[in-house]
Ligand binder design. Structure first.
Ligand SMILES: Nc1ccn([C@@H]2O[C@H](COP(=O)(O)O)[C@@H](O)[C@H]2O)c(=O)n1
Ligand SMILES: C[C@@]1(CO)OP(=O)(O)OP(=O)(O)OC[C@H]1O
Length: 162
């Protein structure tokens, strides 16, 4: 008798502060956001791409962002969210898992995400090779995201044994 396929869920959170260098470009959900202030990080600090990677690692049970892209890995200094996400997809497959979907929620006042949400979903889905849904919410001006000090993101991912 064939074994049932039991999917595995992963969860992740990430936070990055807005840069005090007002010229740093904002990369968010694998898109460039002209006119918006960028986030601080060793990489391009794409908080949405990072949570997607971390949720995949969590679902596959293969560690976390620091395990694979830690600051002890200088080859990832300045890496784009897209590069990290492609590598996370490769590592997930290498661990024997197919990706079902990823859901990401960005938390912050700015940028207003809605106008480019469909574009972000398409770009990230193309990179991952499975549906990626990206949405956004504010905290009604409460907390560090409410004060525009940075962005947070949370994500879940579902994978199943290939
Ligand atoms: N950075 C953001 C945050 C929110 N949105 C959109 O606004 C809707 C309402 O957000 P509340 O936090 O006020 O409930 C939300 O559902 C998003 O559609 C956005 O585009 N960008
Ligand atoms: C991506 C890495 C490595 O370049 O750096 P950051 O861009 O600072 O991102 P973060 O989400 O803080 O942690 C993961 C790091 O390993």
């Amino acid at each position: 008798m064939s074994q049932p396929i039991i999917p595995r869920i992963g969860i992740a959170t990430d936070v990055h502060a807005f840069d005090t260098d007002l010229d740093r470009p904002l990369m968010l959900a694998c898109l460039h956001w002209p006119g918006e202030i960028g986030l601080v990080g060793h990489s391009d600090a794409d908080v949405a791409a990072h949570v997607a990677c971390d949720a995949l690692f969590s679902a596959a049970g293969i560690g976390d962002l620091g395990t694979h892209f830690g600051t002890g890995r200088p080859e990832f200094d300045g890496a784009s969210g897209e590069r990290l996400l492609r590598e996370a997809v490769r590592l997930t497959a290498e661990a024997g898992y197919t990706i079902g979907n990823i859901a990401i929620q960005i938390i912050g006042q700015k940028p207003r995400f809605g106008a480019r949400a469909a574009e972000a979903c398409q770009v990230m889905s193309d990179i991952v090779g499975a549906p990626v849904a990206v949405s956004a919410t504010t905290t009604d001006h409460l907390g560090f995201t409410g004060r525009n000090e940075g962005l947070a993101a949370i994500a879940t991912a579902l994978v199943y044994s290939s």
